[in-house]
Write a protein that binds this ligand. Structure first.
Ligand code: GLA
Length: 385
């Protein structure tokens, strides 16, 4: 079946540029557990989903770059030879990728592209990574760059870190590129070794509850969290020089070296080492089919993100608490960078509509806002259509 968005970007492209493009699809992601662990070189457990960016692209005969965002109905033009950061943030995700490729000495000449997506923006589903990954994948195909999937994920991540300025880890871009239908990716962010964990739970649905709070604080606070973790590592290193990142530490080391110091640094590092250990246990439960225990770990993650890492918000806390009181919700927690976005919940299939009603009503009554709900399915990663 041809997706509507695939047709839409393709037809718009042909109408605008009068030539036939290739079309690339790059998905958003969910993450079951392992939050804020990627830039601390720990583990994550994400998956690509059936919400994606669709990008139609073709070469130009010159060095011009012409971009069109269908969703925003906005154009941006520049050139491979002279470009700079734009006030249009959406364009920076694309130009950031071009910039990384050029810095690596890879030849890029002019191109035109049109894109649109159904990954909700600012909902913590990594629409930005999806756009970066679509761009690098499309350019790799168009100019036959022979990049590996890992190189593409890393280039997309660098674009976000350098050009956009969010000092993110590799989870989102890795998940978007490496996604596999009905599988989670257990990724070791230190070695970049990964394994696919089957995730096709009979009788259970993955549902996202979107708080509709846009995470505007996210990028500045995100970078602060990353710095605080590094400060913790710097202190630990005075006693344990072999600890290069929080992945190399553990809860005893954190207690010993940080408990008497700055409370924020202590709490951040405590959360991260706990979360890395929690993910391992959670994966074990998943393999054993013990969803109940897996769900408990999701709630523990939420509590840690809220109280120790302080990246939650009242709306997300309200929903996580509300979910916890529902026997038909196996596990739930806030997902992604934080300060808004979604709660991810595993819900018993038979009770999905009932639970959604309860959550929607509670949210409206207590928070005075409408909850948006998405059912997600796990899909393959970035691909040419
Ligand atoms: C954002 C970042 C990721 C990761 C998560 C938190 O999505 O882009 O690298 O750090 O937050 O787990």
């Amino acid at each position: 079946m041809i997706n509507n968005l695939e047709n839409t970007v393709k037809n718009t492209f042909i109408a605008k540029f009068n030539t036939t493009p290739i079309v690339v699809c790059s998905p958003g992601r969910i993450n079951l557990i392992g939050e804020h662990t990627d830039y601390n070189m720990g583990f994550v457990l994400p998956a690509a989903i059936d919400k994606a960016m669709y990008m139609a692209i073709a070469k130009q005969d010159n060095d011009n770059i012409n971009l069109f965002s269908l969703d925003l109905n906005d154009n941006f033009s520049t050139s491979v030879l002279h470009y700079s950061k734009s006030d249009k943030q959406w364009a920076n995700y694309i130009i950031g990728v071009v910039d990384e490729l050029l810095k690596m000495g890879i030849k890029v000449s002019g191109f035109s592209l049109v894109f649109a997506g159904d990954v909700p923006l600012g909902a913590g589903l990594s629409s930005s990574a999806a756009l970066e990954c679509a761009t690098v994948f499309a350019l790799n195909t168009l100019f036959d760059m022979q990049l590996t999937k890992l190189q593409m994920a890393q280039i997309a991540q660098q674009a976000e870190r350098e050009y956009v300025g969010v000092k993110c880890g590799i989870m989102d871009q890795f998940a978007s590129i490496f996604g596999k239908k009905n599988h989670l990716i257990k990724l070791d962010c230190r070695s970049l070794a990964y394994e696919y964990v089957p995730f096709n739970l009979v009788g259970v649905k993955t549902i996202l509850f979107d708080s509709m709070v846009k995470h505007s604080l996210a990028s500045s606070e995100y970078n602060i969290r990353s710095q605080q973790c590094q400060q913790g590592v710097n202190i630990i290193q005075k006693k344990y020089p072999e600890v290069k990142t929080l992945r190399d530490a553990n809860s005893h080391i954190v207690e010993e070296c940080l408990a008497l110091g700055d409370i924020k640094i202590y709490n951040r590092c405590k959360f991260v080492v706990n979360e890395i250990a929690r993910l391992q246990l959670a994966c074990q439960y998943l393999t054993e089919g013990n969803l109940l225990e897996f769900g408990k770990k999701m709630y523990e993650t939420h509590q840690g993100l809220s109280q120790l890492y302080e990246v939650s918000c009242p709306e997300l806390d309200f929903m996580a608490n509300c979910a916890k009181q529902q026997p038909n919700i196996i596990g739930a927690r806030m997902m992604g960078g934080g300060f808004g976005g979604c709660i991810i919940a595993l819900i018993k299939q038979d009770a999905v509509s009932e639970v959604i009603e309860i959550m929607k009503n509670a949210y409206q009554t207590q928070m005075g806002k409408q909850l948006k709900v998405y059912e997600v399915n796990i899909e393959d990663g970035t691909r040419v259509l």
